[in-house]
Design a protein around this ligand. Structure first.
Ligand code: SF4
Length: 283
């Protein structure tokens, strides 16, 4: 029988749902732990936090966490999160999903959310494949890498996620890997305390599909992250290379202020109608 010992952050977990469905060696649990450590450290009211996810291994995370949450259809986490935020701007909305969900089917939504600078934090776990559905090629799969659907090697060039969202207008952009837990926790806490569209990519190669298909053991994957990662805070995100074989540039690349979408919309409504609708919807 599975036994869960008492842990200081148990209050944030639906312990009755454990164990998770994540494979041994998967990095998603590390990201979830960093998220709840950051929420705890930021002293945010758990009742004011809403988690939203799409489909995929990462998309299962809100199911294990004790917050109000939505598990959206594939690729639609961002529109759902946008609806939550617009309806009740007092809420802190966190999207936690994978690279396939957010940048393939949901690719259109994320660039527009970044463009609007709507207040939400998006945590994107980049595992280089579609994990939950069996290891198919994703828009983040490195060129030449083998997957279930590219057994001879991927011919396409992967997206650079931090470059895309920064170009689209995100006002906080960072990248870490699953070996950068203190830095990741710090960036999440910073993003939770600010207002605007924040994006954090977390590189976490999928041991079961990506690593196995490319003859990399889970330990070798972590060793490689350690070997090839370098931190360059403030670097232009377009220059933030992500090459799992040779160089992964991590850091906080963008941190700037711009008018936030929800604030603009509620100010406009107040200006036109004379009513502070925000107090009505959040009551
Ligand atoms: Fe993690 Fe890959 Fe297993 Fe999904 S399939 S839980 S990404 S190791």
């Amino acid at each position: 029988m599975f036994c869960v010992s008492k842990w200081p952050l148990d209050a944030y977990l639906r312990v009755e749902r454990l164990p998770t469905l994540w494979c041994p060696g998967c990095g998603i649990g590390i990201v979830v732990k960093a998220l709840i450590m950051a929420i705890d450290s930021a002293k945010l009211d758990p009742d004011k936090i809403v988690l939203v996810s799409g489909i995929g291994c990462t998309g299962r995370a809100p199911g294990y966490l004790k917050f109000d949450s939505f598990h959206a259809t594939h690729g639609r986490a961002i529109p759902l999160a946008t609806g939550v935020k617009l309806t009740n701007p007092e809420l802190k909305v966190v999207v936690i999903s994978g690279d396939g969900d957010l940048f393939s089917i949901g690719g259109n939504h994320i660039i527009h959310a970044a463009r609007r600078n709507i207040d939400m934090l998006v945590l994107c776990v980049n595992n280089f494949v579609y994990g939950l559905t069996g290891g198919q090629v994703a828009p983040t799969t490195p060129t030449g890498a083998k997957t279930k659907t590219t057994p001879l090697g991927n011919l396409e060039q992967p997206f650079n996620l931090v470059s895309i969202v920064a170009t689209a207008g995100a006002t906080f952009v960072a990248r870490w890997t699953v070996i950068h837990v203190p830095q990741l926790k710090k960036s999440i806490e910073k993003a939770l305390k600010r207002r605007g569209f924040s994006f954090i990519e977390i590189v976490a190669p999928c041991p079961t599909h990506f690593c196995r298909a490319n003859n990399i053991s889970p330990i070798e994957a972590l060793e490689r992250l350690q070997k090839v990662s370098e931190i360059k805070n403030g670097l232009d995100p377009r220059e933030a290379t992500l090459d799992f074989g040779s160089k992964i540039v991590c850091g906080e690349f963008v941190d700037e202020e711009r008018e936030e979408y929800t604030t603009l919309i509620y100010s406009l409504i107040k200006e036109r109608s004379g009513k502070d609708v925000r107090n009505v919807v959040s009551a």
